[in-house]
Design a binder for this molecule. Structure first.
Ligand code: GLN
Length: 282
């Protein structure tokens, strides 16, 4: 089989369940990670013969057609220009979260902030910040031991040594016992009732623990983290949240009530309210 034929095989199978542009992107991603054929090779050497195990190809197609996320199939994905290990214990890092990392990295470039990432999952945020802000001291917590194992692997893979990973259920935490310059979090924020709008690849395979909050408690993580932040942020320390686009105003009002200043709602590339930042001034 030629490189092009294999790509077409994946693309055609995927086009049965995804729009064509998505089928192409996924097929290209499988070619790159599973068959070591990058985008350029795919383009230039498309007629070259490729030896590949047919059983593996068929298994890949079967899983992808069952909406299994390509990132889990590959075991890796890209985030902020780096490769992260992912499995079903961690959320697949999203583009919106890269925007959060960009915002913080640009603001703190050349500084030496102490950072806490709450609900770190794969470590995408904490590891990226530790690498982008060279002198940062980063702590990252998560309720899931299995997620922390992946995060530790990612820290090793990306050669970061200045991160401390801690197992902790933030909802049960009474005091953070330390002061930080930055507290950042992308907590669960999808409402149970929003499940109906979600794609099978997310709904059936990504960790529910990292995604959902009850319909009647959309801000439960934000309220808890903001309360903790009032004693755990240094003077002029900053809180950064990734949020559900439907709750920008509510999150802002809640932070105002708790005494935060300069609260900003920032839109993502799709023009949805996605990030809220606020300053704590004593
Ligand atoms: N942005 C993710 C999604 O759309 C949700 C992330 C989260 O709940 N923190 O599925």
């Amino acid at each position: 089989m030629t490189i092009k034929e294999l790509y077409n095989k994946y693309r055609n199978a995927l086009a049965e369940i995804y729009p064509l542009h998505e089928a192409k992107a996924i097929a290209q991603c499988v070619m790159e990670y599973q068959h070591s054929i990058d985008k350029k090779t795919l383009l230039v050497f498309d007629t070259k013969e490729l030896s590949c195990d047919n059983k593996i190809v068929e298994k890949n197609i079967k899983m992808l057609k069952a909406h299994y996320p390509v990132q889990y199939l590959n075991g890796e994905c890209e985030f902020y220009g780096r490769t992260f290990i992912v499995d079903e214990n961690v959320l697949i890092p999203r583009n919106e979260t890269e925007e959060l990392v960009k915002l913080i990295s640009e603001e703190y470039a050349g500084k030496n902030p102490e950072i806490l990432d709450i609900g770190c999952g794969s470590g995408a945020i904490s590891i990226s910040l530790a690498l982008e802000i060279k002198n940062a001291l980063v702590e990252a917590i998560d309720i899931s031991k299995k997620a922390l194992i992946i995060a530790e692997k990612n820290a090793l893979k990306n050669k970061t040594s200045n991160i401390k990973f801690i197992e902790c259920d933030i909802l049960k935490c009474e005091n953070l016992n330390k002061k930080y310059d930055i507290i950042v979090s992308n907590p669960p924020y999808v409402l149970e009732k929003e499940k109906i709008q979600m794609q099978d690849n997310v709904l059936n395979y990504e960790p529910k623990l990292a995604l959902f909050v009850p319909n009647n408690k959309p801000l439960m993580f934000y309220e808890k983290i903001a309360s903790l932040a009032t004693t755990a942020l240094k003077n002029n320390g900053k809180l950064y949240f990734e949020i559900n686009q439907a709750f920008g105003k509510e999150t802002k009002d809640m932070l105002k009530d708790k005494g935060f200043n300069d609260i900003k709602i920032i839109k993502d590339i799709n023009d949805n309210d996605r990030i809220v930042e606020a300053i704590w001034t004593k």
